[in-house]
Design a protein around this ligand. Structure first.
Ligand code: NAP
Length: 259
């Protein structure tokens, strides 16, 4: 009887007992990922930089479902601050099992007009931010001999995108980072994969003009934008035991945009 209940729990909440850090989890895709991982039983550290109220709302929502969560403020581009965040989470939960590098920004411009600041800031957050968290958390993953890292890249990093030289470079770099660290840690029980969303309805894409939106939609075989939850479901799969033999992969969630 007891065994049956445990098996039931495992099926409904496969991430029970796991701890996850999701960066940029107050809004958009990160928020959906945090809520999905929590609904599957994980305790979630909800990282934010500017959106404190939204992050606290995500924590409250997780707690109201009977889950465990905490809001953690940290600019992921700050190496030392990421070290402190990793220590805080490990001290609180005793282990860290899942890292989702979701925090990301755009500063779109044509190459002739792109400023050094626009280029640097996008690379610092989208690419160095992921290095910072992986660098600090891999210490715990190695000690545990387990860990699941999921980096949110973009179809722009695979296909390129005019007006997004900085963003596409950061996301292509993230794919290189994913594959290199995957090779390095594969023998230690740690997997590292990337998820590449296409056009997902969030604040990031809400900034697009109607004509840019229309042009993007024309490139999607399924004919419509995705929802943050479409990405979150794949992230949850990669965070769970079902993905144990998968590492170094880049999986698109894009309605067929990139194939
Ligand atoms: P979003 O709604 O604009 O949210 C961006 C998130 O990144 C926010 O939670 C924000 O947190 C966080 N963030 C930004 N700078 C940060 C920093 N320095 N430190 C910590 N967190 C920071 O964007 P989204 O659409 O959900 O995008 C999430 C990820 O998916 C990004 O990596 C993006 O590149 C990728 N992606 C999105 C799409 C899409 O169509 N939406 C497509 C491909 C890839 P605060 O508000 O707290 O600062």
């Amino acid at each position: 009887m007891m065994e049956g209940t445990e098996r039931n729990n495992e099926a409904v909440r496969p991430l029970l007992g796991k701890t996850a850090l999701v960066t940029g989890a107050g809004r958009g895709i990160g928020r959906a990922v945090a809520l999905t991982l929590a609904s599957q039983g994980a305790a979630v550290a909800v990282n934010y930089n500017g959106s404190e109220a939204q992050a606290r709302e995500v924590v409250a929502q997780i707690e109201s479902m009977g889950g465990q969560a905490q809001a953690v403020c940290c600019d992921v581009s700050d190496f030392a601050a990421c070290g402190k965040m990793a220590e805080e989470i490990a001290a609180r939960y005793g282990h860290v099992d899942i890292l989702v590098n979701n925090a990301g920004v755009t500063r779109d411009n044509l190459i002739l007009r792109m400023t050094e600041e626009e280029y640097d800031r996008v690379l610092e957050i989208n690419l160095k931010g992921a290095f910072n968290t992986i660098r600090h958390l891999s210490r715990y993953f190695l000690k545990q001999r387990s860990g699941k890292v999921i980096n949110i890249t973009s179809v722009s990093g695979i296909m390129g995108n005019g007006g997004q030289a900085n963003y596409a470079a950061s996301k292509a770099g993230l794919i290189g980072l994913t594959k290199s660290v995957a090779r390095e840690l594969a023998g230690k029980g740690i997997s590292v994969n990337a998820v590449a969303p296409g056009f997902i309805d969030t604040d990031m894409t809400g900034k697009l003009s109607d004509s840019a939106r229309g042009k993007l939609l024309e490139r999607i075989p399924m004919g419509h934008a995705g929802a943050a939850e479409d990405v979150a479901r794949l992230v949850a799969f990669l965070a769970g035991a079902g993905s144990d033999y998968i590492t170094g992969q880049v999986i698109c969630v894009d309605g067929g945009m990139c194939m």
